[in-house]
Design a binder for this molecule. Structure first.
Ligand SMILES: *Cc1c(COP(=O)(O)O)cnc(C)c1O
Length: 241
């Protein structure tokens, strides 16, 4: 009934062909929910062109505050769906016989909302739009290519997710060393990466690995920082082997 898929894989950085998936799902009468949490820091989705039924993302992945996020939904779906929460401002009329709900979007916004968070998320979106997503994508692509090239110099290093269409994320392992061990040592050297299965065990099982070391780059990162990371990974490799 519902197909749900990442716009960009949080485990590998691959940009999924969601337009293709959405069209295929619609052809068999399925609704589509896109998880855009990893996409919105890197690109600007056009929900109307994509024709997805729902598109969701978190504010804190795009320079916004924690506890905020956005769910886009087609109006026809949002009108059909019942409220998931009760509270102030979402009621139209209450009698002993029946309750009717307020019009969209109030039907889904029970109680006093996170007003400050919403305003700050708006500021974060303006901030990213001012930098420009074309600029962000171009620069991040440069960082991706540079990091991929530099990391590939390390003997025994394998990168997972080698498709062409990628966000600036490099997920990798080093032969014979647990990802957590590399992650812990380079953390002490001031390099912040994520290690583990990234809540995506099926893809880890597919590669027969316990997890990966995932370095993700943003528009505020530099090539010098990538060099520092590569040096730190090399150092950790020497210590652990
Ligand atoms: C971070 C993330 C989530 C969870 O979002 P939170 O707002 O942190 O709970 C969901 N999906 C993907 C792909 C993510 O990267």
């Amino acid at each position: 009934k519902v197909v749900t898929v990442n716009h960009i894989s949080n485990a590998l950085g691959i940009i999924n062909p969601i337009k293709y998936i959405i069209d295929k799902a619609h052809a068999v009468g399925s609704a589509v929910l896109i998880d855009g949490a990893q996409a919105v820091p890197h690109l600007k989705p056009d929900v109307q062109e994509l024709d997805c039924d729902f598109y969701a993302f978190s504010g804190h992945k795009m320079c916004g505050p924690t506890g905020t996020g956005i769910l886009y939904g087609k109006e026809e779906w949002l009108n059909k769906l019942p409220p998931y929460q009760g509270g102030g401002e979402m009621i139209k009329e209450v009698t002993f016989e029946k309750t009717t709900y307020a019009d969209l979007p109030h039907k889904f916004e029970a109680g006093t909302p996170n007003i400050a968070g919403g305003i700050v998320l708006g500021t974060a979106i303006d901030y990213l739009n001012n930098i420009g997503f074309e600029n962000i994508q171009e620069y991040e692509h440069e960082l991706l290519e540079y990091a991929t090239k530099r990391l590939s110099e390390i003997e025994g290093l394998r990168i997972y997710g080698t498709g062409k269409n990628k966000a600036s994320v490099v997920s990798f392992n080093i032969d014979g060393i647990h990802p957590y061990d590399i992650g812990s040592i380079i953390d002490k050297l001031g390099i912040a990466v994520r290690t583990g299965h990234h809540c995506a065990q099926p893809i880890m099982n597919f590669f027969c690995i316990p997890g990966t070391i995932r370095a993700s780059f943003s528009f505020y990162n530099t090539k010098e920082e990538i060099d520092l990371m590569v040096d730190a990974v090399k150092k950790a490799q020497t210590m652990l082997s």
